[in-house]
Ligand binder design. Structure first.
Ligand code: SF4
Length: 461
């Protein structure tokens, strides 16, 4: 998963891009970068780590002057976590200097890369995004044309911002797997992964970039907006609302917070026969579902875990040993609050099961009476090939065990997953039936070609 942002027609482009990236930091903590142009030469600055660790005043004001900028925060899904893969990627080609920032996974990347290697292409990075640089460099016509021609060759998940001179381009794959929104601040347009990034920098959310759409923006005007491909049935990642996106971002006509509250309300209905003393979340992403559960069930809500906010999200650390360490550092139960109680504990998901078991053991060490564990999404039975780093099937606990087996492994009194039907109801536009979501990791059925080709491993080439 990654976060991307673009802003144009603004003297403070690099500063606003960096603030937007801080807002999108939850989408990737491993590296960050900004490319700027519009005044002198295009420049890119990338580094490993958090945005706030290295984008200081000197860099933003003195080293990155310009009026148009794109930015990227990254966590690894398809290539090594290293500076060489930190985005944006900038290149010099027949069309001049162009930079690209990408969120998603290009699923036909191995095939396209082989074709280009045979033609003599040289690759500097190991991530799938580089393929787009080659396709752009080899296409002909206006900026809109070269982007559209290149995107037609890609399959899979991609939300993109592209920078050339004073122009930014936003584009989204034909299924709309990853979110991408259009916003406005004064006389500048913004393109961002989530609406919260637009609002934090003083802008207003205008609309989503549509699946299959290319938007070309320059001098505060939308110069062109068109469909590079007829959109397919929309297939936006439902896990964005479960876990990844910020609660204050708008998706499908409501905040992610509202969707999560509904997930909790539906869970409460599914668990109406279970009585408990308190409902408590696993912070932070279980918070709103627990609130919804408490409101619907009239069971008191308590914050029984204290989170150390100076430790990153365990889910997005690239190795198991780092994940284990961060879990222990990250959460601590308040013994006085939980001892002797029957607890409904709410978390957003179970992936490997190891983190959940550790949390439950932490609670058991505080002498809780009983734990009913409730999850605000269905069991994850397949990996994600569209930009979220869920592990291969053999490591997914729900792909290899029944709910009862998982319950026993975790050592809880009961284990309840939100049904897929209720998850879809919670995430959809009010009053509309789902036809909009990717649910592949919950169903094991994938819709893109590379799955039909039988490629089931990660896309490292
Ligand atoms: S497979 Fe799951 S995580 Fe991946 S895009 Fe689909 S719903 Fe989202």
């Amino acid at each position: 998963m990654c976060g991307i942002i673009g802003i144009e027609n603004n003297e403070n482009a690099s500063i606003l891009a960096s603030l937007g990236l801080v807002t999108l930091q939850h989408r990737g903590e491993e590296s960050a970068g900004i490319t700027i142009s519009g005044k002198g030469k295009m420049k890119t600055f990338t580094a490993m780590g958090l945005v706030s660790e290295f984008f200081n005043e000197d860099i933003l004001l003195n080293k990155l002057p310009g009026t148009a900028a794109i930015g990227h925060v990254r966590y690894t899904t398809s290539a090594k976590s290293s500076l060489i893969n930190a985005q944006p990627f900038q290149m010099s080609c027949i069309h001049g200097n162009i930079a690209v920032a990408h969120n998603g996974n290009i699923t036909n990347f191995p095939k396209l890369k082989q074709e280009l290697l045979k033609k003599g292409a040289i690759f500097n990075h190991t991530s799938d995004t580089e393929i787009l640089l080659h396709l752009i460099a080899m296409s002909k016509g206006s900026l809109a044309n070269i982007v559209a021609t290149s995107l037609c060759k890609l399959e899979g998940a991609f939300s993109l911002v592209i920078l050339k001179d004073k122009t930014i381009v936003g584009a989204r794959d034909e299924y709309g797997f990853r979110p991408l929104v259009l916003g406005k601040v004064d006389s500048s347009y913004i393109i961002a992964s989530e609406s919260a990034a637009v609002e934090v920098i003083g802008g207003t959310y205008v609309r989503d970039v549509k699946p299959g759409e290319v938007v070309v923006i320059e001098n505060g005007q939308i110069k062109k907006s068109f469909l590079y491909k007829q959109p397919k049935k929309q297939n936006t990642c439902i896990f964005e609302q479960v876990y990844f996106s910020r609660p204050d971002s708008i998706m499908f006509g409501k905040t992610v917070e509202a969707a999560r509250v509904k997930m909790g309300q539906f869970l409460a209905r599914q668990m109406r026969d279970i009585k408990a003393d308190i409902v408590m979340p696993v912070p932070d992403s279980g918070y709103f579902a627990a609130l919804g559960f408490a409101r619907a069930s009239n069971i008191p809500f308590e914050n029984g875990f204290i989170k150390n906010h100076y430790v990153g999200r365990s889910f997005i650390k690239p190795s198991q040993s780092l994940r284990d360490l961060t879990t222990k550092l990250k959460l601590r139960p308040i013994k006085e609050l939980v001892a002797g109680k029957e607890i409904i504990l709410i978390d957003d998901s179970i992936v490997r099961g190891t983190t959940s078991r550790e949390l439950i053991n932490l609670l058991k060490n505080c002498d809780v009476k009983k734990i009913h564990f409730a999850i605000s999404c269905p069991p994850i039975v397949g990996p994600c090939y569209y930009g979220i780093d869920t592990p291969n099937k053999e490591y997914l606990i729900a792909a290899n065990n029944s709910v009862e087996e998982i319950r026993k492994y975790l050592g809880v009194e009961s284990l309840t997953f939100l049904s897929l039907e209720n998850l879809v109801k919670a995430c959809s536009y009010e009053g509309k039936k789902d036809n909009l979501f990717c649910k592949s990791c919950f169903t094991g059925k994938y819709i893109t070609k590379f799955q039909r080709m039988g490629l089931s491993k990660k896309l490292n080439v």
